[in-house]
Design a protein around this ligand. Sequence first.
Ligand code: C2E
Ligand code: CA
Ligand code: CA
Ligand code: CA
Length: 279
Amino acid sequence: AKDRGKNNYQLFTPSMNQDAMHRLTMEYQIRQGLENNEFILYYQPRMDLALNKVVSSEALVRWQRDGNRLTMPGDFIPIAEESGLILPLGEWILKKAISQALAWQDQGLKGLKVSVNISSRQFQQKGLANMVAQTLTETGLDPRLLELEITETTMMMDLEKAQRVMEALGRMGVGFAVDDFGMGYSSLYYLKNLPIDCLKIDQSFIRDLSTDPNDTAIVDAIISLCRTLRIHSVAEGVETREQAKYLRQKGCEQIQGYLLGRPMPYHELREMVVNGIKP
Ligand code: C2E
Ligand code: CA
Ligand code: CA
Ligand code: CA
């Protein structure tokens, strides 16, 4: 810091200080939040376009602090990731989602799958495969009902490690989806060499699907790539009937997005599956 007389000992500018303070406060509050059970999972439906049926849902974390206000993951996942708190938080999320999927099976929603987001740091964590395997064994959930969503960036950080983890869990029946496909290093190498079941086409390509010829071309290419490689295709961020119609016509297998529903509490998702949807 500049020499400012009495204050020349200060290490941080006021704005850096504020930023660091914010992060420290958040870290502390996330830790408290974990202890006080303030995190909840919402579920967003994923529909199979051929069956016209909700076949799966994605677990999305929310933080319910002070009363009813929900804090969104964008406001705390990055800090949880940086501080390492994503490890206990991520473990809680996995276990919660697995027990929810199990409850759905018991409530007559046989075959309804759950998808769980795995952050980079969590994926690199030693023992992740064991923790998942052990939770599946303890709960008795059919591993085929669990899918883990990982980004391209996460997989590319350490390909050998990714391969080991994915093969170990893949052998049990756990599925892997590439999240935000098209936004990272979309390498054909990993598509060929890792046990990937599903590509989730990033919502940025879906948004202007009907008006931007580049997006149309990219989406067409991804869908046909999936067909060739026998990988499931899912379009994210589908908001309009027009988008859904186009995707169906092109042979995209599944859609997810506000058109079907926003992320919702588990009981609302259950009702939706029971009652069926008419998109
Ligand atoms: P994501 O995994 O790509 O999740 C999809 C995000 O898009 C969700 O935001 C979802 O609410 C939103 N979305 C879904 N459909 C539509 C749509 O039709 N239009 C638009 N505009 N948005 C849509 P959300 O829940 O705020 O999550 C944001 C990100 O935070 C997620 O992106 C994921 O990267 C991260 N995240 C959320 N939950 C978890 C979690 O449990 N663990 C980890 N590690 N990360 C999570
Ligand atoms: Ca995701
Ligand atoms: Ca597999
Ligand atoms: Ca995504």
